[in-house]
Write a protein that binds this ligand. Structure first.
Ligand code: PLP
Length: 285
């Protein structure tokens, strides 16, 4: 698709950058990660002699979260139109954090001001940043080119298993989301990929939209919350962000439908190993 519109697209890790070459030399079979792609992009921007290359941040940093709050502000308007006065649960999938913060932060504001709302970021069990990783200073990229950020982090060297929800394969998460979790304003959940695909298929058959594998995490949590409300005999308004369609990742659906996908989780030993690197950085006060 990118070639159609004239772009030359190079898969990361690539041989075009030092970061990419170093990572490939150490591990030729690496599945890559968002952290590696960020290192390569930043390196390209700072070493390109033409002065024309810019690197634009798409997630993680707080100003990106702020821009995305248009999603939650618009959702409030939509709720008004739908005559829903109160939201009980707000859900979004969380990779670097931008789509989740976008929908959630306007409701965090309400929660700080006394509203009873459950706010749930959902991540993959194989990349459990908010549910299991420590709150610490760390780099936002694998090669350590970015400034240190105070966030929940699995350690910048962590390469998540190659699940299809590529946008959720990130070792850290936005500092503002990390901070909100630390203050008990959000209740993060981790879900395995088979449950997410099952939920996504259910959503496709009932709503007619094939969601991105990332979004499948939010849909799976919505179904959990709806079932819980049914069991409790309570009626709840559950708001979630449909962060993207799945037509770029039909290969993932193909594998799921052919029974070729399995669940993946992170062992305590892996967590201990990947967070070792944090000992080199200060603990946030
Ligand atoms: C469809 C979709 N949803 C969610 C994400 C996760 O990113 P973020 O946590 O910044 O919203 C991505 C990232 O690529 C994505 O493509």
């Amino acid at each position: 698709m990118m070639k159609t519109w004239g772009a030359n697209c190079i898969a990361s890790p690539s041989h075009e950058t030092k970061s990419g070459r170093d990572i490939l030399a150490a591990n030729p079979d690496t599945p890559g990660s968002l952290g590696i792609a960020i290192s390569e992009a930043v390196e390209e921007a700072v070493t390109d002699g033409s002065g024309k290359t810019r690197y634009s941040l798409g997630s993680v940093l707080n100003h990106v979260m702020l821009h995305q709050t248009i999603i939650g502000l618009e959702a409030k308007k939509q709720l008004e139109i739908a005559n829903e006065k109160k939201v009980d649960v707000v859900i979004g999938c969380a990779g670097g954090g931008s789509n989740f913060a976008g929908i959630a932060f306007p409701f965090v504001y309400d929660k700080i001001n006394g509203a009873e709302i459950e706010i749930i970021p959902v991540e993959p069990t194989s990349c459990p940043t908010l549910t299991r990783a420590p709150f610490h200073y760390d780099h936002g990229d694998t090669a350590g080119m970015t400034p240190l950020l105070a966030m929940h982090t699995l350690g910048h060297n962590f390469i998540p298993p190659p699940i299809h929800a590529g946008g959720l394969r990130y070792h850290g998460i936005a500092p503002l989301i990390s901070h909100s979790v630390k203050h008990g304003l959000m209740n993060p959940q981790a879900i395995n990929q088979l449950e997410c695909y099952e939920a996504a298929i259910k959503f496709a058959t009932t709503e007619g939209i094939i969601v991105a594998p990332e979004t499948g995490h939010a849909v799976a949590q919505v179904i959990r919350e709806a079932k819980k409300a049914k069991e409790e005999g309570s009626e709840k308004v559950i708001l979630f962000n449909l962060s993207g369609h799945g037509l770029m990742d039909l290969a993932g659906y193909d594998k799921y439908l052919n029974g070729e996908l399995s669940d993946q989780s992170m062992s305590e030993a892996e967590l201990e190993k990947s967070t070792q690197v944090l000992k080199n950085y200060p603990y946030p006060k």
